[in-house]
Design a protein. Structure first.
Length: 255
């Protein structure tokens, strides 16, 4: 059955064709082009449909491999270009966003091995999806602001000052949101989860954190899932058979 990554080249190429057509219409029309907006929206819908199909076929949480991160990068480049063109009518923005999306699509097509290359355990978090999404949006807006600033310096055009300021404002805003999400993720990973686990298994939060960290480095996500149950069993066995040792007494004093 054809599903998942097998249909990626076809869906990605179809999406890029819509995006390229939208970029051409945008460049050829001084006013905001409805055809450019519709074509770019179709590109986003096609790409989004593939992402949804992929995750359904994988039957697991999203964003676990390098290939899937490339999907997010290219998808949100298209989204950033669409929103920026819709809001400020920069004719060149769709060309820029399409070019950047194409780079990540080509990487995914030419390097299929990254489709199954797992991310490090620390990045396999529910917070990683919004975190990456917001940062990609921020980078796209800041990149557009940089190109526009270079154009303004070359042409000595002060009329571009306001559009540049708006792009910078949007980029910095989303970058700030990304930092907040990063802090939330850090609090969840290093404070909340160890505290919850420590109360359940009657161990110090730092002790729980170190066990999960070591298990994740040794055995990946599977090790992290099995770390606390395995550690609890080992503590019980150690208390039962090796209670005369000071270290064992220290680690098992609460059980």
């Amino acid at each position: 059955m054809i599903n998942g990554w097998n249909i990626f080249p076809y869906m990605a190429i179809a999406s890029l064709i819509f995006a390229i057509v939208g970029a051409i219409f945008a460049l050829r029309t001084k006013s905001r082009s409805t055809l450019a907006l519709c074509s770019t929206a179709m590109a986003i819908l096609v790409y989004g449909a593939f992402i949804a199909t992929l995750w359904i076929s994988l039957e697991r949480p999203p964003l676990r491999t390098m290939g899937e991160t490339r999907l997010w990068y290219s998808f949100f480049m298209l989204v950033a270009g669409f929103i920026t063109y819709l809001r400020w009518n920069y004719r060149w923005i769709l060309s820029f966003s399409t070019l950047m999306a194409t780079v990540f699509v080509v990487i995914n097509i030419l390097k299929p091995e990254i489709h199954d290359q797992s991310l490090m355990p620390a990045l396999q978090s529910v917070w990683f999806v919004p975190h990456v999404a917001v940062y990609m949006f921020s980078y796209a807006l800041l990149g557009c602001a940089t190109l526009l600033a270079i154009a303004a310096l070359i042409r000595r055009n002060e009329e571009l000052d306001m559009p540049i300021a708006r792009l910078l404002y949007g980029g910095i805003t989303f970058f700030t949101i990304g930092i907040i999400l990063f802090c939330i993720k850090g609090f969840d990973d290093f404070v909340l989860q160890p505290t919850i686990y420590s109360e359940r298994v009657k161990a110090h939060p730092l002790e729980v954190f170190l066990v999960i960290l070591i298990a994740g480095n040794v055995a990946g996500i599977t090790g992290m899932l099995l770390a606390i149950p395995s550690y609890t069993v080992l503590r019980v066995l150690a208390k039962e058979f090796f209670s005369e040792f000071a270290l064992v007494q220290k680690l098992t004093q609460n059980i």
